[in-house]
Design a binder for this molecule. Structure first.
Ligand code: CU
Length: 190
């Protein structure tokens, strides 16, 4: 028996497909490995280096006591002259529905959600927060000119989402201070 008698094997058309298949398998496995490494890295990083400032609050007991009890919502004048605005988002409204703030004053928004994720956005400003139940969203702001602005929920939160919006009324600082002299918590809800 010699090699010379065996006929030459023609290259099978399957060979190319086989090679391409292998190449794609390698690519798919590489993608999987990258994703697993990313997931492990993100998990470890979250566990070892949590965000520097996370404030939690129990969404089930907001109405029973603590910072976000109804009587504490609205705008409060602080001893240092700044204003803290506390509000809640819930399906499908904000409390208070109309927020009153003064011009030319450092303002801190402190907002949370009583149920699902909502958005808190004041049109024409940089105020844009995500309200996640269980967490306090906080943001400093300042309004230069008086006027009325809309405050729509911009995170889809359920069937009534498009009806969820409030207003922000920016009033002259002097007028605000006058109102703050007689009421501890201010809003423009009528
Ligand atoms: Cu909403």
């Amino acid at each position: 028996m010699t090699d010379s008698v065996s006929p030459a094997v023609p290259p099978s058309p399957d060979d190319g497909a086989d090679r391409a298949e292998r190449r794609w398998a390698v690519v798919a496995i590489a993608i999987l490995v990258v994703l697993v490494v990313m997931a492990v890295f993100a998990g470890l990083q979250q566990a070892t280096m949590p965000q520097s400032r996370v404030e939690t609050v129990d969404p089930r007991t907001l109405h029973l006591g603590g910072e976000f009890i109804e009587s504490n919502l609205g705008s409060a004048l602080e001893p240092d002259g700044s204003v803290t605005v506390r509000a809640i988002g819930q399906q499908y409204s904000f409390t208070p529905q109309c927020i009153l703030v003064p011009t030319d004053t450092p303002i801190t928004f402190r907002v949370t959600s009583a149920d699902v994720v909502h958005g808190f956005l004041i049109t024409g400003t940089a105020v844009n927060l995500m309200l996640v139940p269980g967490y306090v969203a906080s943001l400093p702001a300042r309004f230069e000119t008086p006027g009325e602005r809309y405050m729509p929920c911009h995170e889809f939160c359920g069937v009534g989402h498009e009806g969820m919006w409030g207003k922000v009324k920016v009033v002259d600082k002097a007028a605000f201070l006058q109102m703050a002299a007689t009421a501890k918590r201010l809003s423009c809800v009528k």
